[in-house]
Design a protein around this ligand. Structure first.
Ligand code: R2B
Ligand code: URA
Length: 320
């Protein structure tokens, strides 16, 4: 497969690349959860417009970084190239950008996943198959935004586990008409590593549970949706119960992400920028500049963490 080069939203200087990474930690490979795949002569990853034959190009992927918005993840790709000392021509446009955008930046696969569980689930399936065919050993990071539960805007919130909108510790979906429940627990080493990085950068950061909802308004107990059948007191009673259960933030994809990555056996983490403290209100009223700064904290944390980890891997391989 040939990669196309996208337009750069901002410029990065000319730098060099090094792809010879050898890993000295527990591997994070996509395990075999579907034996039918072995008997398929070909496999077209419809939403990415990639096929099994493209997988060889992804064997060196060490991190998968995904986030909701197309623009944010495109910008992240160029920021990543800059951080890793790569020329912007090293930001490779992968597949067709119809539903999602995907870039390969050195040893990192970057993609957008849209909003909500169904959207991220399709992307996760197709990236997992791609990396399984590639036998790539990669850790997966979701970057996002969230509401805080007792955390103020600007805090970096890292999920150790995701609960559903009823505060139950599993994702439930229907398979052949029957409910299937899967736990969504994240890799504590990744949680701790990212927290340390955020704190080194001077950002307030907390590790906690995340409530993942299928909806931004009623599901998250907002009073400002088009529909609301509950009182302020009901809302606060629920959010306080969530806090009591260890929930520190609310978003919309970590449950599917955590359940999927745990089931296929890869290390993963969700890290989000808190946009507001939901115990104090519902409207996201900060200025665009403030929100940009809040979102940037998660981005800078992931950039610094990925850079350090890739450098460590290179050092290890140089000394082995
Ligand atoms: C956080 O922000 C989005 C909703 O505004 C959703 O994708 C999420 O998880
Ligand atoms: N994303 C959410 O899902 N909820 C919020 O309150 C903020 C961002």
């Amino acid at each position: 497969m040939s990669f196309n080069q996208p337009d750069s939203p901002n410029s990065a200087g000319a730098k060099s690349n090094n792809n010879s990474l050898e890993l000295k930690r527990q591997k994070s490979l996509v395990s075999d959860k579907n034996t039918h795949l072995d008997s398929m002569a070909s496999d077209y990853l419809y939403h990415l417009a990639l096929s099994k034959e493209d997988a060889a190009d992804f064997r060196d992927v060490k991190f998968v970084c995904i986030g909701g918005s197309n623009d944010r993840m495109k910008k992240f790709s160029f920021q990543l190239a800059d951080t890793l000392g790569l020329d912007k021509s090293e930001v490779k446009h992968v597949g067709e950008h119809k539903r999602y955008v995907i870039f390969k930046v050195g040893n990192v696969l970057v993609a957008s996943h849209g909003m909500g569980g169904p959207s991220i689930s399709i992307l996760l399936n197709e990236i997992a198959k791609l990396l399984r065919y590639a036998e790539a050993d990669a850790r997966w990071i979701r970057l996002g935004t969230c509401g805080g539960v007792g955390l103020e805007g600007g805090t970096v919130a890292i999920s150790e586990q995701s609960l559903n909108g009823a505060l139950q510790p599993y994702h439930e979906t229907y398979v052949l008409g029957k409910p299937v429940r899967r736990e969504a627990v994240f890799d504590m080493e990744l949680c701790k590593g990212l927290k340390e990085t955020a704190q080194q950068l001077g950002y307030p950061c907390e590790i906690g549970k995340t409530m993942c909802c299928d909806d931004f308004y009623e599901g998250q107990g907002r009073l400002d949706g088009a529909i609301c059948d509950y009182s302020v007191e009901d809302k606060l009673e629920f959010l306080n119960a969530a806090h009591e259960a260890g929930v520190r933030n609310i978003e919309m994809e970590s449950l599917q992400f955590g359940a999927f990555t745990k089931h296929v056996g890869v290390s993963a983490v969700t890290i989000c920028s808190v946009l507001l403290n939901r115990l104090n209100g519902d409207q996201i009223g900060s200025t665009a500049e403030q929100l940009g700064e809040f979102e940037n904290r998660t981005v800078q944390t992931v950039l610094a963490f990925v850079k350090n980890e890739l450098e460590d891997m290179l050092n290890l391989s140089a000394h082995s």
